[in-house]
Design a protein. Structure first.
Length: 454
């Protein structure tokens, strides 16, 4: 069959997709009870489970994972002898950050300028809708030609490893011939892309203590060690003057061979202010796909409003280190910890706690599934060829799945292209990309089934 019936079916399903994404975005499913009630994640998980049941999935279950969150599983049997494909997405989201900076409420899907705005619209609630659209289109055009397992994770954004540990304890549950991770994105809108590499991640909290209590800065300043000043100096040691990450013992000079990211396009995508330089050395692709990158993602300090003239006795920061393929995240964690302990000034007491982790990932792009995906994307995006890129972000589950199922082929696609602004205010998804990638996934499942039947 040609792509036309599938594309027409997906187009007819888009109003339903928008309505469902509206419902799903409305759940404030940040998997951190310190920020949002646990009930929001539980309600989102329940919505996913009910939707899978409504689409004919069997064995639908809410999996209580070791980190205290829930992942949702469902199984859709295919024809006898057909291969099994695991489709992955996650329903948890990043916090909205500054809600006042959103042009529309973050948990209300809002259409504007041809895009749908809302937290999780692209990352990764939209990914779940993409999987459902593809399966529904196949059902309406002869049936789903493979057996399908769906897993919707509940804590991917927190990096707490609940689903990884659950899968390791129940290895038969997610076993599949091919795995489609719906949590990356095209290099840009309209350019079909599979992601070949992911950086791993380690997340550390570091606390410095210098005094028994806060002190008057006039009476004691100049001699008493200020923990906040110590923290500023410590964090500055993690970067060279040009912004390159400098963790003692951690290599930061690898090269990316493949699709490149022009600096002018990157500046525009990243919305770099005019006159401000990019940081680091090498190509943009080197810096964001092949090298480590440290980021201070949070710091506890007195706000400007209401600040008093005091020396701070303690200071705390949260640090994210992205770890490229070819480096081990466990070793990188040890190096970062040792760096923090050895660079704290003035003998400040240092406490380091790991709060998140995940290994980097590299896919085998020569596998037969990639051939099927390239053909499917060529039909879904007429005139365009499938591109292969890296991604600077992390999906810790990928390495767990690769270790558990070494014979499985793993493909990474999704809706998080640069305009989506994932993890930032005003996150959005392109409905055109949702439609085209759903067509591509449906065609992939059909072509993949045909390739296995030969």
């Amino acid at each position: 069959m040609t792509a036309r019936p599938i594309s027409e079916t997906v187009a007819s399903l888009m109003p339903r997709a928008k309505a469902e994404l509206t419902e799903l975005v409305a759940f404030r499913s940040v998997a951190d009870p310190a920020q949002f009630p646990r009930s929001e994640c539980e309600a989102a998980a329940g919505w996913v489970a009910d939707t899978l049941r409504g689409d004919g999935f069997q064995d639908v279950a809410l999996l209580d994972t070791p980190d205290g969150t829930q992942s949702v599983y469902g199984y859709l049997p295919g024809p006898a002898g057909a291969p099994t494909v695991l489709l992955y997405a996650h329903y948890d989201v990043q916090p909205p950050l500054d809600e006042a900076a959103w042009l529309s409420p973050p948990f209300e899907l809002t259409e504007r300028d041809g895009r749908w705005f809302g937290r999780g619209a692209a990352d990764c609630k939209g990914g779940l809708i993409m999987h459902l659209l593809a399966l529904r289109a196949l059902k309406a055009n002869g049936g789903v030609p493979v057996s399908v397992k769906v897993i919707a994770e509940g804590s991917e954004e927190q990096g707490t490893g609940g689903l990884e540990r659950y899968a390791e304890a129940h290895p038969e549950l997610l076993a599949a011939d091919t795995i489609v991770i719906g949590d990356t994105g095209n290099f840009r809108v309209g350019l079909p892309t599979v992601t070949a590499t992911l950086r791993g991640m380690t997340m550390l909290r570091v606390q410095l203590d210098t005094l028994a209590g806060n002190l008057h800065s006039g009476q004691f300043g100049g001699a008493a060690p200020d923990a906040l000043a110590a923290m500023i100096q410590l964090l500055a040691s993690l970067r060279a003057e040009d912004g390159t990450t400098t963790v003692d013992g951690l290599a930061a000079d690898a090269r990316w061979d493949g699709l490149q990211y022009p600096e002018d396009e990157f500046r525009q995508d990243a919305k770099v202010v005019d006159g401000v330089e990019l940081i680091g050395t090498g190509t943009v692709a080197d810096r964001i796909w092949a090298r480590p990158a440290v980021t201070v993602v949070g710091i506890d300090c007195p706000p400007v409003v209401g600040a008093t003239p005091s020396l701070q006795a303690s200071a705390r920061a949260q640090i994210s280190l992205r770890v490229p393929p070819g480096q081990d995240a466990v070793e990188a964690t040890k190096l970062l910890t040792a760096h923090l302990e050895s660079h704290a000034p003035w003998g400040a007491r240092v406490t380091v706690e790991q709060v998140g982790h995940g290994q980097p990932f590299r896919a085998d792009t020569e596998s037969p599934a990639y051939t099927s995906m390239a053909e499917a994307m060529r039909l879904a995006y007429p005139g365009e060829e499938m591109q292969v890129s890296g991604m600077g972000g992390s999906i810790p589950l990928c390495n767990t799945l690769a270790a558990l199922y070494p014979q499985a082929e793993i493909l990474l696609i999704g809706l998080s292209e640069p305009e989506a602004q994932i993890h930032a205010v005003n996150e959005s998804v392109s409905p055109e990309e949702l439609e085209r990638l759903s067509v591509a996934e449906a065609l992939f499942l059909r072509k993949y089934a045909d390739s296995k039947a030969v």
